[in-house]
Write a protein of this length. Structure first.
Length: 313
């Protein structure tokens, strides 16, 4: 009762309801909320602090930026859902807030696209070496057998493209990347496409800031070849994977394109089938399917490894 009353008190103020409505559209920084709400930074920060203490919001830091998003678990998440449904469909103040939010998202997207254009040539050069990315994406979806993917974690999300691909089958999507520049690209792409169930944040593939058994699907899409310790990354993915969930790994088969190591920081020049299968076995996962995609100088391999359901020997 006390927890519920505290959450209700934290939400029961006009500016805080506006904040909930805005964060219902996606995560925002303190500075962005200040710009939209047209209030001082200390005042907005105090609102955010009270709402966070009441369990309505989650806060995470990425370099010098602090992001806020709606709580996705517990009583706070349930109350947020109820309050958002009760907000008026037509309201002048909220409409004005959403207009400024749209302007911010457009600016984000344009900055992200500028960064992407600056690096597009090198990425296009790598993509030209293997089968069309659309075929890889289709194969990843097909290997899930048409089932819903629940809570999806994309490790090394880059531009956030895989979050877009899986959005039609996912309840929640979270992209993790170590690069703040790439996260800016991903945020711009997700915002302009209105994928409100998708979030991105800075993180380390070796130490995911997530609870055990909290994700239904974990993806490494062209990521493990950058890893110094791929087994450690697979083990960490297995830790956060829920029983019955799937790990999907898409990467290159062994190759001799040495310049990718020298110019693109590829740590490994591909992996054998057995190598990834053995890593998954060490991490307690069962390999269900291995699929090869040919169509260029590099072969793409996709591994699907599942975490045994509870009670299975």
């Amino acid at each position: 009762m006390e927890h519920l009353l505290a959450a209700l008190r934290a939400a029961g103020e006009a500016t805080r309801l506006r904040i909930l409505a805005l964060l219902g559209k996606g995560e925002l920084t303190v500075g962005e909320l200040v710009q939209i709400l047209d209030q001082s930074q200390p005042r907005v920060s105090r609102h955010l602090k009270l709402m966070g203490e009441a369990g309505l919001l989650d806060r995470f830091q990425e370099g010098t930026q602090v992001f806020y998003r709606l709580a996705d678990a517990g009583l706070g998440a349930k109350l947020n859902t109820a309050l958002l449904e009760l907000l008026p469909a037509v309201d002048g103040e909220l409409a004005a807030d959403y207009k400024i939010l749209d302007d911010i998202r457009t600016e984000r997207f344009e900055k992200a696209q500028a960064y992407f254009r600056a690096h597009a040539e090198e990425w296009d050069q790598i993509r030209s070496l293997y089968v069309a990315e659309e075929e890889v994406e289709a194969a990843l979806l097909d290997m899930q057998g048409g089932r819903m993917m629940g809570r999806v974690l994309d490790v090394g999300t880059g531009t956030g493209r895989m979050l877009e691909v899986f959005a039609c089958r996912a309840e929640q999507l979270l992209g993790i990347d170590v690069s703040r520049d790439m996260l800016a690209v991903a945020r711009g792409n997700l915002a302009i496409k209105g994928l409100e169930q998708a979030q991105v944040r800075q993180g380390d593939m070796y130490a995911l800031a997530l609870k055990d058994n909290s994700q239904d699907t974990v993806l490494f899409h062209q990521v493990l070849h950058f890893a110094d310790d791929p087994l450690r990354a697979v083990r960490e993915a297995a830790r956060v994977l829920a029983p019955g969930g799937s790990l999907l790994v898409a990467d290159f088969a062994p190759h001799r394109e040495e310049y990718l190591r020298e110019e693109q920081a590829h740590r490994r020049l591909g992996f054998t089938d057995d190598e990834v299968v053995n890593w998954c076995a060490v991490a307690g996962l069962e390999t269900k399917e291995v699929r090869h995609l040919d169509g260029g100088r590099l072969r793409v391999t996709i591994w699907r490894c599942d975490k045994p359901a509870i009670g299975k020997e």
